[in-house]
Design a protein around this ligand. Structure first.
Ligand SMILES: Nc1ncnc2c1ncn2[C@@H]1O[C@H](COP(=O)(O)OP(=O)(O)OP(=O)(O)O)[C@@H](O)[C@H]1O
Ligand SMILES: [Mg+2]
Length: 452
């Protein structure tokens, strides 16, 4: 008759299951903390309990301590494989400890050491993997049944006790896993919130920059419109006088006639410039009617291409399907896109290149609208110029006036939209223009400039 196996000699004892304090999963390597010291203290406590002179037990406890201390670093460096190896190692060490702390492994009072791998798995893995790891830890524990059953028989109360212990492994695993999942969910929530906040912040800064630009343009417009107005009158007088002078001069005095001709032609050039400038400074009244933005873009692209004399430019179109009609002042928008497309062509004049035109539905600052990206493969805009290119008279071209982009900016303001300059993927300039589908109630500073 074989002796009865009544696992595990602890019936009637309460609270002997040492549930490990769950370590907080962290992203990177961490330093030795007071929690680690407490951990080591508990392990030292286990080492001081019987069987005290069992060398294998002490070495295994030491190994558990080392694994525990290195866990944060290992998982920080190899987030996926690290957790896998740590849990496996803990199951192995727990199984060894059990073997050296009881005359029969299954009867060891140290069986709660399996909570260590079980809780670790619950912290780092999802619910299904946690169940698999707990099953593995339970199987490792139950493997001691086999040698024990060679000498003992398993009573029904022993069986119930064993089942109870295993059930508690699963209960602890599921409970910790739920908390870990919840904590991960909260962390993700805070991360999303932080990202949203950063994005809102970025949009706010951009809106502030745009508002500053609009104010700057408005002030500049008012000042220079007054000046241009004052220049126009004397110019008219000079031009008239030069023409009269040319008429009165004798046929023979060719040099004087030539000089009068220069005065007249240069005055014409100046007048054209002044008119252009007054045009820019004049109040802009955008007459908005819903229109097809892509058809308008196609017209502008065709127009520029037909008159282009530089190296060939490929135009790539990426228009989203079923775009809504947009409230536009068609002639103003044609002017704006003409300036932008003309600039892009001029930037690729010497080498040729690609102009990519994308149109898509978009949302900006809670406003529904349509966004246009114009990205060229030219040399791009030097960082030093940055926002300044939207100021009037900023030009790097020999024959440029520097009004093109300031007019674009003014027209976009008149549509309650926004324009942004970025660097394209090939280093060229990339302009992003947003047109809202509904007019905003905010007053647009550039739309109300008055000429002097
Ligand atoms: N797509 C682009 N690629 C590179 N640089 C650009 C581009 N668009 C504008 N720029 C730079 O911005 C400057 C200002 O452009 P803007 O259209 O306002 O004036 P402009 O083209 O020089 O003269 P114009 O008044 O005749 O248009 C340009 O001189 C050029 O240096
Ligand atoms: Mg231009």
């Amino acid at each position: 008759m074989r002796p009865e196996l009544t696992p595990i000699g602890l019936l009637g004892l309460d609270g002997s299951c040492v549930t490990p304090e769950p370590p907080i999963p962290d992203a990177g390597p961490r330093r030795f903390s007071w929690l680690d010291a407490v951990w080591l203290l508990f392990l030292a406590g286990l080492a001081a309990l019987p069987p005290r002179w069992e060398l294998h037990k002490q070495v295994t406890l030491l190994a558990i301590g080392v694994v525990q201390l290195l866990e944060g670093q290992l998982i920080g460096r190899f987030p996926k494989r690290g957790a896998f190896y740590i849990v496996l190692l803990k199951i192995l060490l727990a199984t060894i400890l059990i073997d050296h702390t009881g005359d029969v492994g299954i009867n060891s009072s140290y069986y709660p050491i399996y909570y260590l791998p079980v809780v670790t798995a619950a912290l780092y893995f999802g619910p299904w993997m946690t169940l698999v790891w707990t099953l593995l830890a339970s199987a490792a524990y139950c493997s001691y049944l086999y040698p024990a059953l060679q000498e003992y028989t398993l009573t029904s109360s022993g069986m119930a006790e064993l089942a109870l212990r295993i059930m508690f492994f699963f209960l602890a695993a599921m409970l910790v896993n739920r908390f870990a999942q919840e904590s991960r969910r909260q962390t993700r929530l805070y991360q999303d919130l932080a990202e949203q906040l950063a994005e809102t912040n970025r949009q706010l800064k951009q809106a502030q920059a745009e508002a500053r630009r609009s104010e700057r343009l408005a002030a500049l417009g008012q000042l220079s419109a007054g000046l241009a107005h004052e220049i126009r009158n004397p110019l008219g007088v000079i031009k008239g006088s030069a023409e009269m002078l040319a008429q009165k001069l004798q046929e023979s005095d060719t040099l004087a006639r030539e000089l009068a001709g220069y005065i007249s032609s240069e005055v014409n050039r100046l007048s054209a410039l002044v008119s252009q400038f007054l045009n820019f400074a004049r109040p802009l009244h955008a007459d908005l009617h819903t229109a097809d933005l892509t058809a308008l873009l196609d017209r502008v692209l065709k127009n520029v291409d037909e008159h282009w004399k530089g190296k060939p430019v490929q135009v790539e179109r990426a228009y989203a399907s079923s775009l809504p009609l947009v409230p536009l002042d068609e002639s103003l928008c044609e002017q704006a896109f003409l300036n932008l497309v003309q600039n892009a062509y001029e930037a690729m004049e010497e080498r040729g290149g690609t102009l990519r035109v994308e149109v898509a539905r978009a949302e900006q600052n809670d406003r529904d609208g349509v966004i246009v990206h114009l990205t060229d493969s030219g040399p791009g805009i030097p960082d030093a110029l940055g926002e300044e290119i939207f100021n009037p008279f900023v030009t790097t071209k020999k024959t440029g006036v520097g009004l093109g982009l300031s007019i674009v900016s003014k027209i976009v303001d008149g549509h309650h939209g926004s324009i942004r300059l970025d660097q394209g993927p090939q280093g060229g300039a990339s302009f992003t223009i947003f047109f809202p589908l509904e007019e905003s109630s905010e007053p647009q500073p550039m739309a109300t400039i008055t000429a002097g």
